[in-house]
Design a binder for this molecule. Sequence first.
Ligand code: C2E
Ligand code: CA
Ligand code: CA
Ligand code: CA
Length: 273
Amino acid sequence: SKFAGRATFTIYDPHATGQDRSGENLSELLTLAISDQLVSVAYQPIFDLTSGRVLGHETLMRLCDFDGTMISPSVFIPVAEQTGAIVELGMWLIDRACGDMAEYGLGSVVTVNVSVLQLKVPNFSLRITEVLARHGLAPQKLAIEITEGSDIFLEAQAVRNVERLRKLGVQIWLDDFGTGFAGLTWLRRFRFDVVKIDRSFLHDCQTSRGLSLLRDMVGLLRNLGHVVLAEGVETEEQYMLLQRLGVHLMQGFLTGHPVPIEEVEQIRQGLVA
Ligand code: C2E
Ligand code: CA
Ligand code: CA
Ligand code: CA
């Protein structure tokens, strides 16, 4: 197998949910996360199907409780968005991602997930500019991922920030494409550098209906001139299907789990400058 022997570290327990923390406790934990070093980042490789090489990495936030239990992002991100803690945590993560990119290299791009709340902060784009400058990083090496389900186009300040970042040269990626209702409207209003198709579409491909949907979705995006990324690639069959469909980029457990910086394979092998 082409991917056999690739490291698949599982030091993060995917089943940990932080269920034993009530919402109130969790929001308290989030206020201590940075100072008490409970928060960290994991990087997942983004694989280029055309070149057969890793293009870059997505940054994912990790939170552990005082007892070492990992709390799933699907549990703590919504709480951090409710309390506003995501603004500070998000800036911390962007700083870390840019620092790691500058110090170790993570390929040609490092992506970060950004919530609407962050984009609504008036000086968000300015703070990004400062972070890039502090690390001496070219704006093109950073991409922000905006989730299709979010309603940024209802927020004038958020749109202004996205437009400023784009002018600066920061890449703008559309995440979870196909899961919201606004997908096609978004494509009309905005020029995304990469569109990430939500993993549910790939996982539905066992049925002919699911397969048709994915094929037509990729066709539509390609015709519009978008770079298309498929998320959640777990098997070689899926990989071969994506290659047949003309998908440009992919991400998933097949080509690498999210891992801490020390375990990023290219860095371990000294392959990325
Ligand atoms: P996402 O942005 O869609 O990130 C991809 C999620 O899919 C990650 O889960 C990743 O570990 C998982 N994944 C990657 N490859 C595969 C695969 O082959 N199969 C399966 N089943 N899953 C795969 P994770 O790290 O638990 O993050 C979940 C969500 O939490 C993210 O979804 C994102 O929406 C949010 N999130 C994570 N970090 C941040 C952050 O720093 N800021 C914000 N605002 N949201 C974040
Ligand atoms: Ca994402
Ligand atoms: Ca996604
Ligand atoms: Ca998501």
